[in-house]
Write a protein that binds this ligand. Structure first.
Ligand code: ADP
Ligand code: MG
Length: 337
């Protein structure tokens, strides 16, 4: 019989990475969530070779103290929760304290950060088990994370990465989701040195148009429905503008992109009588709900959620969309907030 022994830390993180960082786009999601949680007003993403060669994200958020740089890369270390009660009322995008440790276990990572009031930034690098001591570095403020050579140390996994174009497309989709959820933040996306998206801080409606296209922005029906404990707002495409694929379906719960059967079902039902079977609705919708009535700790990637009042929510969404679709079609003036 083989003996039982604890796994080395690096291997533990590499196993966890299998779930959290499937590909460059999933690493990008976690890194962008951290920048948003840090209160950034501007976030720049620079990708090389679809993100496989490099993902560099620079933000102007709170930064990380020199003494905490290593902790930021340590599994199960987080500044976002400290008790079980906190877990039940999550307002940040992250809370599991495992993303950076997982990404660091499957790449060559450099973390540079400068908090307000510091004379200069500090930088640490990590590659496998080798971690460097913090060294002085130059950075205007905030945090810069460099993720290089994803899966360089796990060839079996690297083989599953697709072409540069495909990996970039996944990164772009991740970028779009995060950018839609945070209209007040300026976002820049570069690929191989070329700017692919530049989104200035704006209103939610304007951001939807900037990301999903002016046609969508101008022809979709506005949704704004409020109940005692929830609010749903955003845009839904009129049936005439339905798509032949599900490529424009964005639903956010407290600014977190989610993919949820209950929500999809409510939306499909609302469109049922007005949409051909082979067409799919397009929408960008934001649900604001008491954090205590939704559980986001369902899966490591946090795109699945559970609602305490599932039936009531289903009805609420169904009615809100039904009402928006019944309102006579009009051209929206996206110049208004
Ligand atoms: P989580 O987001 O779940 O806390 P992460 O592994 O993603 O876990 O990040 C660990 C910690 O590192 C965060 O709790 C946060 O304190 C810090 N951190 C990571 N990225 C940034 C950033 N861009 N700006 C400021 N702090 C950050
Ligand atoms: Mg995080």
């Amino acid at each position: 019989m083989p003996t039982i022994k604890p796994l080395p830390e690096l291997l533990i993180n590499q196993i966890a990475a299998g779930e959290v960082v499937e590909r460059p786009a999933s690493a990008l999601k976690e890194i962008l969530e951290n920048s948003i949680d840090a209160g950034a007003k501007k976030i720049t993403v620079q990708l090389q070779q679809g993100g496989v060669k490099q993902i560099r994200v620079t933000d102007d958020g709170s930064g990380i103290a020199k003494d905490e740089l290593l902790l930021a890369l340590t599994r199960h270390s987080t500044s976002k929760i400290s008790t079980l009660e906190d877990l039940h009322r999550i307002t940040s995008l992250g809370f599991r304290g495992e993303a950076l440790a997982s990404i660091a276990a499957v790449s060559r990572l450099t973390l540079t950060s400068r908090q307000a009031g510091q004379n200069h930034a500090w930088q640490i690098g990590i590659e496998g088990k080798a971690v460097s001591q913090p060294e002085p570095a130059a950075l205007a403020g905030g945090t810069m994370l460099d993720v290089n050579d994803m899966y360089f140390n796990i060839p079996a996994r690297r083989k599953f990465l697709k072409s540069e174009a495909t990996e970039f497309a996944h990164c772009d989709e991740t970028f779009k989701r995060l950018a839609l959820s945070q209209a007040g933040i300026e976002f820049v996306l570069q690929h191989n040195g070329t700017v692919r998206r530049l989104l200035r801080a704006t209103s939610s409606t304007q951001r939807i148009a900037a990301v999903l296209g002016e046609e969508f922005g101008q022809t979709a029906a506005p949704v704004d429905e409020q109940s005692a404990d929830m609010r749903l707002h955003g845009l839904v495409a009129l049936p005439a503008y339905a798509r032949s694929s599900r490529d424009a379906q964005y639903f956010f719960v407290n600014n977190r992109f989610v993919s949820d059967k209950l929500i999809s079902h409510a939306l499909r039902e609302a469109y049922r009588d007005v949409l051909h079977l082979d067409k799919h609705p397009a929408f960008a919708l934001f649900l604001e709900i008491d954090p205590e009535s939704v559980d986001v700790n369902v899966h490591p990637t946090k795109t699945e959620v559970r609602f305490r009042e599932a039936r009531a929510l289903h009805q609420f969404i169904f009615h809100a969309i039904n009402k928006a679709l019944a309102t006579p079609s009009r051209t929206m003036n996206t110049a208004e907030p």
